[in-house]
Design a protein around this ligand. Sequence first.
Ligand SMILES: Nc1ncnc2c1ncn2[C@@H]1O[C@H](COP(=O)(O)OP(=O)(O)OP(=O)(O)O)[C@@H](O)[C@H]1O
Ligand SMILES: [Zn+2]
Length: 652
Amino acid sequence: MAASDPTPGWPAVVHSSGLQQQVKYAKVLAVGAGGIGCELLKTLVLSGFENIEVIDMDTIETSNLNRQFLFRKRHVGESKAKVAAEAVRKFRPHAQIVAHQGNVKEPQYDVDFFRKFDLVLNGLDNLEARRHVNRLCLAAEVPLVESGTTGYIGQVSVHKKGVFECFECQSKPSPKTYPVCTIRNTPDKPIHCVVWAKELLFQRLFGRPDVVTDLDEAEANGEDGAEGHEEKEDPSFFLRRDGETADAYARRIFHRVFTYDIERVLRMKDLWTTRTPPTPLVLDDILESPPSNGPHAPAKAAASNGHAGASASASRALGLRDSHQMWSLRDNARVFLESIRTFLEQRPEDVGAAEFDKDDALAVDFVTAAANLRSLAYGIPTQTLFDCKGMAGNIIHAIATTNAIISGLIVVEAMKLLAKMDSHCKATYLSQFNRRMVCAVAPPPPDAKCMVCGKSQLQLQIDTASTTLGQFVTKVLKKHLGINEPTVTCGDFMYEEGSGLDDSEVAFNAKNLPLALASLPGGGVRNGAILEIDDQTQHFQVQVLVSHKDDWDEEKVPEKFTLTGSLPPAQQEAEAGTAGTAGTAGAEAGPSSAAAAAGDDNDVVELVEAPPASTTEQSGKRKRPAESDAEPAPSKGKRAKAADDDDCICLD
Ligand SMILES: Nc1ncnc2c1ncn2[C@@H]1O[C@H](COP(=O)(O)OP(=O)(O)OP(=O)(O)O)[C@@H](O)[C@H]1O
Ligand SMILES: [Zn+2]
């Protein structure tokens, strides 16, 4: 620091009484009190922050204790936010730590709630919540420090309206999807069988009857080429019949899915010209086969028709206690039957209401056994319970040290923001695969083509004749765009969600959900239609231009829609004039790098690069009526590997 300069630079400023006072009085919201959140809260209070509110919706589980060190065994079942707040108060008794047990998407955490804070710091594990917080931070004009870890890799990024890119300026990888026909008829990888067991069979047997998955839809539409079968047409087949014992029901389901359905697909001869055909499984033959005596035999043999009794785990009740042990065909059949019986007899309230949860031992038993049986029928390698749980739950094992490093970096960025040293802010990436373990780059500026903080529009290609409003709302608006409570307007037609609707509005909406887009009232949503989408809970609006497309290659686009963003023509011209000059504080420092994104309900972090503005798509056709600044349109085609250079190291 030059003697003539009274303001210390970064990092000397950290020791200045000015910044220490700012830290002491800053109001900070920490979202998430899990792996990152616990570390973050500890580091915040030990760094002098004294006004912290923390939100987490979850309760503590035994599996959290190995890395969420604010929690002890006695806390299992208690609120994460409350226990974490209590624990850090012990480090700094005079700190004001307010705990909220709740979902950050609940209406009480609205834009006014966010405005109370100087900074928001995310320690979340899912894309949906991250996007929601991003939108509220933009609306409330509060800077956001975002983070994520997965195994040994992690990142911290800084988002500030008008200065740095928002969390959604770079498109995020969407969760991996698989072609429906592969899952239903021609699996060739273990994951195909896990998806089938979890998304189709578990859902059918134990899930809510009103939830229709893509896999069901394919069947209803006859897409698997097996129309016309009398049993398949009977929607009640998978329900338990009056007077049917749990055992008889489990056997009937086994026969249906592993014998009958396999025989049915075998009859679709075209499928097997280039593939190895599957082999139907016959339950009686399997159960009559002698138990395996090899190294994989169950630790303790259960009675031949042994039931799980009071145990919540079918496999453990059958003596299969080692989750790393590979089950035999017979083991899988017995676990399959036992887990169905246990659901029916011990958890009848869950039948018709269950959702797959990786921490539900019985659900994992069922999915493992069902996936393995299907694999055995198709000649695919089977998986251990441990591996299957990981695949079904998208688990990548967390590393406490990664969380600790990332939390430290969040606090560093938080201090720079408080010190108004935006030009020193960094997006920081941690990877064991880098030449350098930590790589930091200047946060990119906002992207004018961002659907959230920019001003662009969306173009949707979809089959308007067969896609229902319900599918559009669920798949396109909620899953793909992260919208919470959409209002969709198209000409005179309106679909609304959220509280405050009267009965007639609710009935009108419900009546329209099963209708194809093209058949909606008011002339339908057809080729060329313009939809106005609004979510008041996120202060988010976007305009969507619809084009009809009915010839989809399911292998390439399993979702059967595409959504791309572009600037309205007038803005494209303006952009062309300023291309490459959109720098803001810190934006000129080397290649922009990186957005972190988590897949649905997991901690997967993907490190991606924002390419130069010229590489992004600009194919807008219509002009958006001038409205608010908060208008959207997605940035697409932007992901690329980070370039190898002095500041940023290539991440594979
Ligand atoms: N919408 C949300 N509102 C509030 N808290 C959320 C929301 N979504 C996720 N969280 C919280 O974010 C935290 C993320 O922490 P972490 O990634 O360590 O997950 P975890 O559930 O504790 O661990 P694991 O998933 O490995 O079992 C969790 O405590 C979770 O409850
Ligand atoms: Zn943005």
